[in-house]
Design a protein around this ligand. Structure first.
Ligand SMILES: Nc1ncnc2c1ncn2[C@@H]1O[C@H](COP(=O)(O)OP(=O)(O)O)[C@@H](O)[C@H]1O
Ligand SMILES: [Mg+2]
Length: 220
């Protein structure tokens, strides 16, 4: 599902490479933790995978596509196949839960009835069917993250990338969020979770890719 070959990323204003010679592989159907201390390069690696950044050197295959050389016109198609979840949710505050989740389907141009059906289905999946018409700021942090996960899953992505998805949430809510990610994984979505939370990694026995100062320490 993911292969990176000797990937190096140097930001324009970075003093050292954010990633250096990173070669990793994630198989289809895997659930992998990407870990390492703050500044290790976790977010940068995820950004390269959903083409928010381009590598300085190296090749990256995501679902068989070389994303390092993707033409801008091909990026939307890839984005539809890859769901993304962030620590700070990144929901649109003045749009309802339903509208936040439906957005990606409107972009594809699905008929309104089909959109409504899919949005309700995915909201039911995260237990927020009853909050469809609420604005995100009215929700708790855990609920907002569940909406963000619904939004990431509504296109039935082959790959789900989550950057510190439980970073702002307490232990109970963290368990709920992890359950949702595991359920998506059980349905066939490959999942990569970036986290510096050692306790989380110990609780869930998944393969771990460990980064430090932009280098892969283990788990390639
Ligand atoms: N947009 C940017 N411009 C310059 N440097 C950046 C940028 N984003 C991240 N960095 C640097 O790249 C390194 C890796 O950061 P990041 O990928 O955010 O690590 P992590 O997610 O593991 O904390 C850090 O040294 C960080 O300061
Ligand atoms: Mg980060």
């Amino acid at each position: 599902m993911i292969q990176t070959f000797h990937v190096t990323k140097v930001y324009e204003r970075g003093d050292r490479p954010a990633l250096q010679d990173v070669s990793i592989e994630v198989e289809k159907g895997e659930f992998v933790f990407l870990t390492g201390p703050s500044g290790a390069g976790k977010s940068t690696l995820l950004k390269l995978l959903f083409v928010a950044e381009k590598p300085t050197r190296g090749q990256i295959l995501v679902n068989g596509r070389n994303v390092a050389t993707l033409r801008p016109s091909q990026i939307p198609l890839l984005r539809r196949q890859v769901g993304v979840v962030f620590q700070d949710f990144k929901l649109i505050g003045n749009q309802t839960v339903h509208e936040n989740v439906a957005y990606a389907l409107h972009v594809v141009g699905l008929p309104e009835r089909e959109i409504r059906k899919r949005v309700y289905q995915v909201l039911k999946g995260v237990g927020l069917f009853h909050k469809a018409n609420v604005l995100p700021p009215k929700l708790s942090g855990g609920e907002q993250q569940r909406v963000a996960i619904a939004r990431a899953l509504v296109n039935d992505p082959v790959l789900l990338l989550a950057d510190e998805p439980t970073g702002n949430l307490d232990a109970d809510i963290t368990r709920e969020i992890m359950t949702l990610l595991e359920e998506a994984n059980a349905r066939g979505t490959t999942v990569v979770v970036a986290t510096h939370d050692q306790a989380l990694i110990e609780r869930y026995q998944k393969r771990v890719v460990h980064l430090k100062s932009g280098l892969v320490l283990e788990g390639r």
